[in-house]
Design a binder for this molecule. Structure first.
Ligand code: CP
Length: 301
């Protein structure tokens, strides 16, 4: 692979290879000395057109732990503000002999467009409503650490499915690995194209959570909504929020996941976010290992 753009287009074996490599990277990460020289002769650039805490920081930490030369483009202070196009920005990064560009962009398909037009490897750090592959990989890795395999697991993804690149990448990745995925959202927050996937769709969050092994909450992507798609936050929390009553319908050992950032009292209540079976912080830690694995696999020659 030259690039990692999404989980829709990659083979199950490639996903399994990334997960196996992640397990090796996690061993390095949890040692006292978080250092390898896998990327000692590589140049990595982060190019984020949208805000990020977890993805950007963990990619940067991963690149540094592996010895890469790292540069972060602050888009707001860059020549993008003088009208430079995405292709010209990419060609500039090629001219600077960049090996890997990690990009987040508000337009779906932007990562594919960049990858087609530059020599450097492109990793999609989230493109509009399309995909966020490394987030889904870290979610899947976190589930596999706990449950060994995704085969036959009942996974409920609850929330703003329509605007969620995390949901899309998880739908592709988890179903390829054999999970039985149900998505639940109000009708206005369900995309029209789910018939191309193997997921079950419902507007009843309780029905989705019943007997689930894994329950994932998703943030309302208010920045991608043109107009009010829900009557009120209070009603949304009541009908779709992850709370004690709703989670009591899941299996006793159900894992709670959330990609972050979380909005407490909206899609998840504090008691659930901070519960013993919440893996939200573990997901963040595993994000570094996954990103180390992806950087390693794309740059080894
Ligand atoms: N989950 C995720 O993508 O978080 P950030 O927006 O903080 O990167």
């Amino acid at each position: 692979m030259k690039d990692l753009l999404g989980l829709r287009e990659i083979e199950t074996a490639e996903i399994e290879n990334i997960l196996a490599t992640t397990a090796e990277m996690k061993k390095i990460l949890t040692q006292n000395v978080k250092k390898t020289n896998h990327l000692s002769n590589k140049s990595v650039v982060t190019l984020f057109y949208e805000n990020s805490t977890r993805t950007k920081t963990s990619f940067e930490m991963a690149a540094k732990f592996m010895g890469a030369s790292l540069s972060s483009i602050a888009v707001a202070q860059s020549s993008v503000q003088k009208g430079e196009t995405l292709i010209d920005t990419g060609k500039t990064l090629d001219a600077l002999l960049t090996d890997v560009v990690i990009m987040r962009h508000n337009i779906s398909g932007a990562a594919h467009f960049l990858a087609r037009n530059i020599k450097a490897s492109v990793i999609n750090g989230g493109d509009g409503m399309n995909e966020h592959p490394t987030q889904a990989l870290l979610d899947i890795f976190t589930v596999k650490e706990q449950k060994a395999s995704l085969k036959g697991l009942k996974v409920a993804i609850i929330g703003d499915i329509k605007h969620s690149r995390v949901a899309r990448s998880n739908i592709w990745g988890m179903t390829k690995l054999g999970a039985d995925v149900t998505v639940a959202a109000p009708y206005t927050l369900l995309p029209k194209d789910l018939d191309k996937t193997k997921v079950r769709v419902t507007t009843d969050a309780d029905d989705a959570v019943k007997n689930a092994d894994v329950v994932m909450g998703l943030r309302l992507q208010l920045e991608r909504m043109q107009s009010g798609l829900i009557p009120s936050i209070g009603e949304y929390n009541e009908l779709y929020g992850l709370n004690e009553k709703r989670l009591s319908l899941a299996k006793d050992d159900a894992m709670i996941l959330h990609p972050g950032p979380i909005n407490r009292g909206v899609e998840i209540n504090s008691g659930i976010a901070d519960a013993e079976n919440s893996f939200i912080e573990r997901q963040v830690t595993n994000g570094v290992a996954v990103r180390m694995a992806v950087l390693f696999l794309l740059t080894r020659s």
